[in-house]
Design a protein around this ligand. Sequence first.
Ligand SMILES: Cc1cc2nc3c(=O)[nH]c(=O)nc-3n(C[C@H](O)[C@H](O)[C@H](O)COP(=O)(O)OP(=O)(O)OC[C@H]3O[C@@H](n4cnc5c(N)ncnc54)[C@H](O)[C@@H]3O)c2cc1C
Length: 383
Amino acid sequence: MPGISRRMRSEEEGTVQCVVVGGSLVGLSAAIALSRLGIDVTVLERSPARAEEGGGGLGVDVALLGQVTGITDQPPVLHGVDRDTTAWHLLQGWLEAHAVRRAGVTLHRRTPATSVTPGHAESASVVTAGGRSHRADLVIGADGARSTVRGAVDPEHPSARYAGVLLWRSMVDEDALPAGVALPAAGEPSREVYAGPYRLVTYLVPGAAGETDVGRRRLNMVWYDPQQRELLRDRGLLEGETIHGSLAPGTLPDPVRERLAQFAAANWPSPWREALELALRDGKVFGTPIVHYEPMRMARGRAALAGDAAHAASPMVGGGFRQGLYDVAALTQVLMATASPAGIPAALGRYQELRLRAAARHVADSERATAAYLAHATQDPGT
Ligand SMILES: Cc1cc2nc3c(=O)[nH]c(=O)nc-3n(C[C@H](O)[C@H](O)[C@H](O)COP(=O)(O)OP(=O)(O)OC[C@H]3O[C@@H](n4cnc5c(N)ncnc54)[C@H](O)[C@@H]3O)c2cc1C
């Protein structure tokens, strides 16, 4: 890919400076892609350390990931008959290792952005906790569904809304399953099962260190639960329709844990049933509230949103990360065609033209699918 570093320079400061807020899947993919254009990228990530564990599984479009980032080696995925899957911590770690070895990419952890000024003719700036201000020609908000950068890009419409569904999630090592439980065959496709008000989605992901052999993989489970508003309210995680966080592993109230274990034992198929019983017993189930954010803008001045910060949808319609990769591809395209830092606000306007309609449609599809699921769930409360 031709670098545009020589063409596109800040007159006084040298290379074009970009700050990416958020060092997860989309932020790191953006950092890698923009550094290939010769842009200096500083990634600000609020979490203190790279996760050795945590998060759940997801499907990955390996070809698209390679096209967008230019990385030619294989990401840590398990090839299924219907899709390639990974665990969030494996893919995040793989992207981070690739990002930090690139000249021009710097990652600061334990560095939450607290406010952003999008700039226009003048530079943008990002202020971090502690009060340090980072000036930049370009700011990318890849800070997830509860984005801070969104407040600068669309101050009239900054918040995602609770979708009415909490996901109970866990990954369990195959070799932790009780003896005699039959393991899924190699290539096992993802499955979805409905019972009462619930929906269970299951698929295999690589083991904790990326293992893919039968017996060393992990069973990934996503259990859709539309009945946990009260729990989220009690925990201070839901205020109005705004979500403030997730339920960490080990924090499920005992009555909820017991009810889920009983339901799993009676309704879910093996070996997912046994895996869930184990995860619930060991405090390894966590709760992710689904939120929707349908974008009305994706850029303002020198700041743009990408990934879940730009468009948050339910995994029910799939492809949230894929949408984020489309964002990064579009950002790369418009910045490649930009001759100077003065042209960045116009380039981000073109980025918004390229992406806004499709991103909004993705979220609208998710809202429709979620409404249909909730209508079904109310008919069968499963008491
Ligand atoms: C159960 C489930 C299954 C899924 N399955 C799929 C799938 O099969 N295929 C698919 O394509 N997608 C899937 N997705 C969606 C996909 O996981 C997300 O779209 C994707 O992970 C979003 O990545 P992101 O980098 O935009 O945001 P996030 O992963 O949310 O990352 C945001 C980052 O920003 C950091 N941050 C937040 N605020 C600040 C701040 N103020 N300052 C600094 N850092 C900050 C956070 O710590 C975090 O690291 C699934 C999602 C779920 C919940």
